[in-house]
Ligand binder design. Structure first.
Ligand code: COA
Length: 397
């Protein structure tokens, strides 16, 4: 059977591509029924508990956990590329201070491409170098933007700090404690990859056209910004603040569901049980909120989770559960991240996964798919037969 015959045989309609396998991938696996997420074979829980984001970057980009000397050389490589070209900082300075941070990231990634000598390099080693550079620079872009919009000067990264600590240092201008850096490290690890989610699929779709890495990552950033994807986390925080007290949760949940609206941070397109990342972030959120003297924030969240789960079961016959964004909202706010930077922090983590997927899409060898993604839509518009509708001159319309 030739490839066209195979494709004809595959022709089927599935609105939204749910459950449709569109490629092979060796990067991460999501088991929605059992609530399992693995990166290159490793379960997310020990990675988050024992590993560092740098080790996860190596795992995602290079396929294996690094040896001590590989990790050392990765850290050196990352320290060397942790710098923004001066004109990029000047461009950031020229943007309106009210700009939406995700728009800033999405717009600035192609600007970074303009300062690369070969942004469209088409061999795996050069693309991997570009990918690592982008992973290093995305948090710098975000920190620089946050400082400039607040009228503060950009803080230069330090070679002696790791990725998560540098991010917090360049954001706040103070070296974080070990605990603060470890919390950010865990957040980054947990958000680094997640199968063929919307933004990753966007990145792969762009990569499949052989567009360069920066175009693919910029597209992915746009996809992540939506409220049904990465844009949910800061809405969770606003929801918790709006509710304000545990006693008001039931009324809020019922009113939201009665109006046919969604409870942010609840439900998932794949998980049919609690998101394994929420299982790790939940206890962290409880601890951090307690330590910061805001235990009520976690208590309200728990109540929202509990009541939404049971209400959905009652109303739709199927419960929905907390997803990654539900508790990351509390963890991020307790780490001093401004609310409108929650989704960009997600991007700072997910860029590692996007880059790994870009490399796999471009150089992954034989895959069970044609070179370029090309689904089709069923045309349901006007149809006047094979000749097309009669042309009506402008003055007759
Ligand atoms: N609040 C209220 N209702 C919800 C809901 C939520 N958070 N999540 C799902 N539902 C409803 C859906 O509207 C659907 O109802 P219907 O059958 O009457 O149309 C039903 O529950 C089943 O939805 P399901 O198929 O499980 O989810 P989905 O794949 O359509 O949507 C999300 C998945 C993530 C988009 C959805 O759960 C959502 O909007 N969550 C809130 C936003 C969010 O937290 N996004 C971050 C995801 S990591």
């Amino acid at each position: 059977m030739n490839s066209r015959e195979t494709m004809n045989q595959m022709e089927t309609k599935n609105i939204g591509l749910r459950g449709i396998v569109v490629a092979d991938s060796t990067i991460s696996k999501v088991d929605g029924e059992k609530g399992i997420l693995i990166y290159r074979g490793y379960d997310i829980a020990p990675l988050a508990r024992e590993g560092s984001f740098e080790e996860v970057i190596h795992l995602l980009l290079d396929g294996e956990l690094p040896t001590p000397s590989e990790l050392e050389s990765l850290r050196r490589e990352m320290a060397a590329c942790r710098e923004l070209p001066a004109p990029v900082v000047e461009t950031l300075r020229s943007l309106p201070k009210e700009a939406v941070p995700m728009d800033v990231l999405q717009g600035m990634v192609p600007v970074l491409a303009m300062y690369e000598s070969e942004p469209a390099a088409a061999n795996p080693a050069a693309c991997r170098r570009l990918a690592l550079g982008l992973i290093c620079r995305l948090p710098l872009l975000l920190s620089a933007w946050e400082r400039l919009r607040g009228g503060r000067e950009v803080v230069a990264p330090r070679a002696d700090l790791g990725h998560a600590a540098n991010f917090l240092y360049t954001l706040h201008g103070e070296v974080p404690s070990e605990k603060q850096a470890a919390v950010m490290d865990t957040v980054l690890i947990l958000h680094a990859d997640h199968g063929f989610n919307a933004s990753t699929f966007t990145a792969r779709q762009v990569a499949s056209t052989r567009a360069h890495l920066f175009a693919a990552i910029s597209g992915a950033l746009g996809s992540l910004s939506g409220e049904l994807h990465g844009g949910a986390n800061y809405r969770v925080y606003r929801m918790l603040r709006e509710i304000g007290a545990k006693e008001r949760v039931r009324e809020y949940v019922n009113r939201t569901l009665d109006q046919g609206e969604r409870i942010m941070g609840m439900g998932h397109a794949v998980y049919r049980v609690t998101d394994p990342r929420a299982l790790i972030l939940g206890p962290m959120a409880a601890e951090l909120a307690g330590q910061a003297g805001h235990p009520e924030l976690y208590e309200i969240a728990e109540e929202v989770r509990r009541i939404t789960t049971t209400e959905m079961e009652k109303r739709k016959g199927r419960a929905i559960y907390a997803n990654v964004d539900f508790f990351s909202a509390i963890v991020n706010s307790m780490s001093g991240i401004p609310v409108d930077l929650f989704t960009p922090v997600f991007a700072v983590a997910r860029v590692a996964g996007w880059c790994a997927h870009y490399l796999e899409e471009r150089f992954g060898g034989a895959q069970a798919k044609p070179a370029i993604y090309r689904p089709k839509a069923e045309y349901t518009g006007r149809y006047c037969g094979l000749e097309g509708c009669r042309w009506i001159p402008l003055e007759e319309r």
